[in-house]
Design a protein around this ligand. Sequence first.
Ligand SMILES: Cc1ncc(COP(=O)(O)O)c(C=O)c1O
Length: 337
Amino acid sequence: MTDRFERAIAQWVGAPYVAAVSSGTAGLHLAVRLRGLGPGDEVVTTPFSFVASANAILYEGATPVFADIDPLTLNLHPAAVEAAITPRTKAILAVDIFGYPAEHAELEAIADRHGLVLIEDACEALGAEYEGRPVGSRGTVATFAFYPNKQMTTGEGGAVVLDNAEDWEVVKSLSNQGRSDSGEWLTHSRLGYNYRLDELSAALGVAQVEKLDRILESRAEAASRYGELLGGVEGLELPLADDAGHKRSWFVYVVRLAEGIGRNGVMARLAEQRIASKPYLPSIHLQPYWRERFGTKEGMFPVSEDASRRSLALPFHTRLGEDVQVRVVEALKAALA
Ligand SMILES: Cc1ncc(COP(=O)(O)O)c(C=O)c1O
């Protein structure tokens, strides 16, 4: 089933090689390992992400260097990336946050200019398109994630997308205790991990890929309904619309509250109506572990911090119906009034 799942994802994304792994985090770790990043190497990445994208850099002893984000896309700002490059920089790790594609062409150009490796965390973005092509199909090593909150799920699970057979073999070996493909079950040719996707999860994944188009369509419909219901509501900024180069895959529906609106109060009023919402997401450099280890603090990445302060994730999933959305929107309007 794992072989079938890998082929199904590869075909769906339009990429030559896919290695299934046990989570998106495992996939990111192996991407960092594959590219040989380690102590002394700096990796420029975004503070506005789920913590795993930056943790993967730490696992290999490399140094994450944050660059601020674009206030509209919430993805790495290419100019900030360029400004963060030093003689020790070896890589850029870009995230397609909330399923909105990062500025891949510009990041590739920066990587080429400075001789850097590019890694794509597409864990939130299966089905997104950049310049008309699915994310993960540009030849950059990319990772997807299949936790149950993602567009499609395998329970826990992830995938690494690769553009050549040699890299694929290394990632497969690393995910399988460093076994080589010689067929010797107890021959270990490198330091590996147990990052295998299990067969049961892979079977679920095969079935999910079969209906992935429908899943993505339902999510896009739900997002567009939110857009209609929330259009014109004062005090709210809606998610950035697609443009010619960027097609979002709907992972979450995150609005931004206008400056001065108390987010906790809004959340409390929604909770009174039994509607869950979440501040989404906190900037990584302000997480307790990062503050303690690196001395990072408020003011270092103001655009990311502003997004973290004002963003609110509304209930969102594949089967979200109009009745529920109307209830959410009415409650939100009342909370903002
Ligand atoms: C941007 C990003 N990177 C990495 C991950 C990690 O994926 P997983 O939870 O499958 O380890 C996630 C998932 O939550 C994510 O949103």
